[in-house]
Design a protein around this ligand. Structure first.
Ligand code: SAH
Ligand code: SF4
Length: 372
């Protein structure tokens, strides 16, 4: 009982195993899971239906601790963004996007990212380390609490602030597979968050073997970051393409669909002015995906300093979208939300290194709330 374990990172099997090690019955694991994830409780002393000596043992050898909050910004449109401390000077981001019929939490899986896509500010920061399952789930635990999920009145009304989770924050989830898988199992567990597989989306730049693993282990909704219709361009934009080219990626998508909770793959496509946005690119995309039931989500590029890239004009994005939807593919254009707080992937972390800019931004974000 010497090592302190963070219970946020244990799925049902992991928690049952720990409870067995501590000489406790299996149903204790389920009780703990409900206290921690459904009620958002971190104080073992408050878990009143556990035996006193078990509570005392937990206080000595376990904890429930999400990453500490460095900054908490609310945008004029309700988007909320937390910057969280994961130690050794590393910070990650979690973004909450409220909509009328759902609340989506965008979470990170790594501090930095090794894939180094041309258009991504997380990639530009390099790779620091993988997050543990407790740090990935910790983002959902923290956000749920901050948004009032533990509140008995809210629970009694069956309201849940976070109804959907997307793995679209910092990092490549399929390059941190073990922790991502454990986190997924906790998110889906009925004694924890009880999210359905359709409401949890893993987004990947295309780690083909791990797409196959996910299909076997825990098939949730899948988004694939495509960004180019041919290998020559994708090699430049998403360097991982040199290892797993488009033909292999499309084959993996088809295999995934045999088990997926939805009958389509979502292809994400960042629209880069003059680079991947012509009618010809759209035509070649249609040929590429003809055997893969899919939807497209076109993302206006979020500029960041020294990227050397530009966002397309809105009309160009609409034309591109019409070409895809005209061919029968459901296509959406992502609304840019939280622009005033840099809610896009990896952007605030880059700025935080420069404290003056952070203060300036915090002031701007606060202003955005007061003057909608
Ligand atoms: N690593 C995973 C998930 C995190 S990135 C992936 O690449 O899919 C989530 C999404 O944000 C990806 O589709 C990525 O292409 C997109 N993205 C990254 N940088 C962006 C930027 N500057 N503007 C718009 N979208 C960006
Ligand atoms: Fe990594 Fe995704 Fe950014 Fe590419 S887009 S560098 S895979 S986080």
């Amino acid at each position: 009982m010497s090592e302190i374990v963070d219970l946020l990172g244990l799925d049902a099997d992991g928690l049952a195993q720990r409870c067995a090690d501590w000489g406790q019955k299996p149903y204790r694991a389920r009780q703990l899971m409900r206290w921690i994830h459904q009620r958002g409780e971190s104080d073992f002393g408050a878990m009143t239906d556990l035996a006193r000596d078990f509570r005392e043992a937990l206080q000595r050898c376990a904890r429930v601790a999400a990453p500490a909050v460095i900054a908490d910004h609310v945008s004029g449109d309700g988007t909320r963004k937390w910057l969280l401390d994961v130690g050794a000077g590393n910070a990650i981001e979690t973004v909450y996007i409220p909509e009328i019929d759902r609340g989506t939490l965008c979470i990170s899986t790594q501090a930095g990212c090794a894939v180094n896509c041309r258009f991504c500010s997380t990639g530009k920061q390099g790779f620091s380390r993988n997050l543990g399952a407790h740090e990935i789930v910790g983002q959902l635990w923290h956000a749920s609490r901050a948004l009032g999920a533990g509140d008995p009145a809210q629970r009694a009304r069956g309201e849940r602030p976070v109804t959907n989770v997307v793995f679209m924050g910092m990092g490549e989830p399929l390059q941190n597979y073990a922790a991502t898988l454990t986190a997924l199992r906790i998110m889906l567990d009925d004694n924890a968050y009880g999210l359905s597989r359709r409401r949890v989306t893993v987004s990947t730049s295309g780690v083909v073997p791990m797409i196959d693993r996910l299909r076997e282990d825990c098939p949730v909704a899948l988004a694939v970051s495509l960004h180019a219709p041919d290998d020559a361009l994708r090699d430049e934009l998403v360097p991982l393409n040199r290892k797993y080219p488009l033909a292999d990626l499309m084959a993996a998508c088809r295999r995934y669909l045999e088990r997926a909770p939805r009958d389509f793959i979502t292809f994400e496509y960042v629209m880069l002015d003059g680079i991947n946005d012509s009618d010809r690119h759209a035509g070649r995309l249609l040929a590429l995906v003809r055997d893969v039931p899919c939807k497209f989500n076109l993302i206006p590029f979020n500029p960041f300093p020294h990227s050397g890239l530009r966002r397309c004009a809105p009309e160009r994005i609409r034309c591109f979208a019409r070409l895809l939807s005209g061919a029968g593919i459901v296509t959406t254009i992502r609304r840019t939300r939280g622009d005033d707080i840099d809610a896009a992937c990896g952007q605030l972390v880059g700025e935080v290194l420069d404290r003056t800019r952070l203060v300036e931004r915090t002031a701007r974000a606060a202003q955005a709330v007061e003057v909608p």
